[in-house]
Write a protein that binds this ligand. Sequence first.
Ligand code: FES
Length: 234
Amino acid sequence: MNNIDTPPITPQQYEVLHGGGAEAAEIAKQRLSRRRFLRRSMLAVWGLSATAAVAGALDMLYPGLSGSFGSSLVVGKKADFKPATPAQFKLETAGVYHRPVARTYVVHLAPDTKWLLTGQSLQDQLGSEWVTKDSDGSYWIALYQRCVHLGCTVPFRDDCLSFKCPCHGSHYNVNGEFLDGPAPRSLDRFRMSFSGDDVVVNTGLLNYPNQPVPHPDPTTRLLPIPTVQCSAGG
Ligand code: FES
């Protein structure tokens, strides 16, 4: 049986090969080149198969790398997120929108939002809290839905105008700033951006642990504390 090391030869070539001489040397050279070519072809096919298998395994192990949580996700069009001032916030209607696929609350604050800080202090604090200013003067934040105390999903409470964790009561303002409870810091947030009219949340890029938002104090708090009382129940 033939294999790549013994490619077939014609009866005439067999005669010449076994007779020796320059012609025999030329035929032997051609057969060697053919063996090299076949070997290299088989190695190339094997390499391509191995690469495809590794890519498939990575996709199974890390599905977040391709269009699900853990990657950049388009969560809607800008027009899907009507802005509001904090006192007008209503879940899915004004200012705050839950996007479970990104485990994110998209917060959209109206241009006339009253901030507690001004000037450079305001700009610095907006930057440190990953607040994105839009060209129309409104402000966007992508808050991670996970409570920074022990990880429960935090609901937005229309009746409280704030986020209140049902597990141990951690309480956060509309922009995720800590209000009260056992949480060690303000809510975490993802980096967000725009692609044309698309709103994009990079769920692979969280501010924690490199740039957490600590408990606010009078020099850093961005928004007034809501005046409505917030009971423990929903
Ligand atoms: S997990 Fe939210 S307060 Fe404990």
